[in-house]
Write a protein that binds this ligand. Structure first.
Ligand code: SF4
Length: 300
């Protein structure tokens, strides 16, 4: 962490690593997901909208063009975000990943996937890319609690997640773990247990965000009135408590959700990202605390 910062955001990591502002370009390579194509199920995870977990994808060139006026010197990470981005024959994956990396404006790639879609051949490819390029692999965990995971229809076990992340770490590949806060039936302690587990794994990064009820998801159909947190204040207080138990060298990629406003049903304030982040920063300051304050690990 630098200066007055109280958590280690990925944007600060980028600045330290690449020396410039670095922007993730969300890509939709057209992959599907075993939880949607019938292999495991057709309805998807209960919180997932029908278009997958990323809603904003266009091509690398289009996005760079749009951003270049504001950020002419920015560096770029190609982010394979939509659906399951290792769910295709390895020859297809190889082409997509190397096509992105062959663009001289791209400094690395990030790949979002499920832990049950990382066969030996895919892991070998990722290891190969990781030797020459900047790479991280993003895995959805969401919760360590089997009851919630089953209710959400996620379709893989904690053991599967654990084996996948252990293998990625053994191969020296950066990982980012995605956790959803406020899943139905989960207590504050349940969320603490999930984040403590992630902290012990010590991934490269973590993403935390509140559950969003979005149009097109099964949760919208089955629990349209469910509100994960009563207020921004309640949510931000929990996030500050959780940041305290995350080692300070783990990069923080997200502390809010990123849902298109037209799809969002609840919490209705969830689109106010700036307000939420400001509140988290304010509470960190007021409580005179920081990421890692309660985990007993302090890196210089
Ligand atoms: S959240 Fe991810 S794993 Fe779940 S259905 Fe959507 S794309 Fe598939």
């Amino acid at each position: 962490m630098q200066g007055g910062e109280r958590y280690f955001s990925i944007s600060n990591y980028f600045k330290q690593t690449f020396g410039e502002k670095t922007i993730k370009l969300s890509l939709d390579a057209g992959f599907t997901c075993p939880n949607r194509d019938g292999t495991l199920g057709t309805g998807g995870c209960a919180f997932c909208s029908s278009s997958g977990s990323g809603e904003f994808a266009s091509s690398i060139s289009e996005q760079i063009e749009l951003l270049s006026e504001k950020w002419p010197n920015a560096r770029h990470i190609a982010y394979f975000q939509n659906h399951t981005n290792t769910y295709a024959p390895v020859s297809v994956l190889r082409k997509y990943y190397y096509d992105a990396l062959s663009d001289p404006r791209i400094d690395g790639i990030a790949i979002a996937t499920r832990p049950d879609c990382l066969g030996e051949d895919v892991l070998d490819l990722l290891e190969e890319i990781n030797r020459e390029h900047f790479l991280w692999v993003e895995l959805g965990l969401q919760t360590i609690h089997p009851k919630t995971s089953e209710a959400m229809g996620i379709g893989y076990s904690l053991d599967t997640f654990h084996e996948a992340i252990t293998e990625l770490h053994r191969r020296g590949i950066r990982t980012v773990v995605h956790v959803i806060l406020g899943l139905p039936g989960e207590s504050r302690q349940d969320m603490f247990d999930t984040v403590s587990y992630v902290a012990r794994l010590h991934p490269f990064g973590i993403k935390l965000h509140m559950l969003n009820i979005v149009r097109g998801s099964r949760l919208y159909d089955t629990m349209p009135d469910y509100v994960p947190f009563r207020s921004i204040e309640e949510y931000c207080e929990l996030v500050v408590d959780l940041l305290e138990i995350i080692p300070e060298d783990i990069t923080v990629h997200r502390l809010t959700a990123d849902t298109q406003r037209g799809l969002l049903v609840a919490p209705e304030w969830s689109y106010r990202k700036r307000t939420i982040l400001n509140r988290i920063n304010l509470r960190l300051k007021e409580r005179d605390t920081r990421q890692g304050a309660k985990c007993g690990v302090h890196n210089q």
